[in-house]
Design a protein around this ligand. Sequence first.
Ligand SMILES: NC(=O)c1ccc[n+]([C@@H]2O[C@H](COP(=O)([O-])OP(=O)(O)OC[C@H]3O[C@@H](n4cnc5c(N)ncnc54)[C@H](OP(=O)(O)O)[C@@H]3O)[C@@H](O)[C@H]2O)c1
Length: 186
Amino acid sequence: MKEPEPQTAAGKVLWHFSMSLDGFVAGPGHSMDWMTGFTGRDGLVEEYVATTGAILGGRDGWDAFPDAATVYGGLWHGPMFVLTHHPEDAGQADGVTFLNVDVAEALRMALEAADGKNVEVLSPTIGRQLLERGLIDEIDIHLAPVLLGDGIRLYDNPGGAPIPLTLVNGGGRVEVDLRYRPVRGG
Ligand SMILES: NC(=O)c1ccc[n+]([C@@H]2O[C@H](COP(=O)([O-])OP(=O)(O)OC[C@H]3O[C@@H](n4cnc5c(N)ncnc54)[C@H](OP(=O)(O)O)[C@@H]3O)[C@@H](O)[C@H]2O)c1
């Protein structure tokens, strides 16, 4: 397996998350306090800040963190689209559009706003809906060295069929070998 090439701004639709080893992108109650105590690759945040043109998210994620200025630690600024069945009680926020439209239409609007850069889908539920429509180009995961055991899964689809994936950074349909140890007293 090779290191992934740096992300490019190419009008792609990315389902992009830091994820625990056991597949959670948020803890119980949308908690994100598990995302500390480990490091990411140098330059990773800057890479996504530079290549992301718009963000598409869901109402629960917004309600948990209702501040567009916190995206990428405040380094990213751009149009955000938040899907909700009741935009009328969402309030107002600069640069944020609350929508009650078909998920594909929301994506179309986000791609237009992204103006050739990528759209990041920062929602497990919306990512699943777009995946079902064949509208996700890449699933970008940063695998965090932690087990959560509870929370919000990247992909929750009980009874659904497996989704085969191919590894972009070499090898195709291969397993990835990882070897972890529990941190004693951690
Ligand atoms: N680990 C990471 O890197 C990372 C990054 C970003 C976010 N997150 C986390 O991801 C979690 C996101 O939560 P989530 O996926 O459970 O919820 P979510 O997608 O943020 O919100 C779900 C809600 O979005 C609305 N929605 C979804 N699809 C819709 C559609 N087709 N039409 C209209 N409205 C629609 C509905 O809201 P209504 O009920 O209003 O209709 C639905 O209840 C948050 O905890 C956030 O912190 C993690």
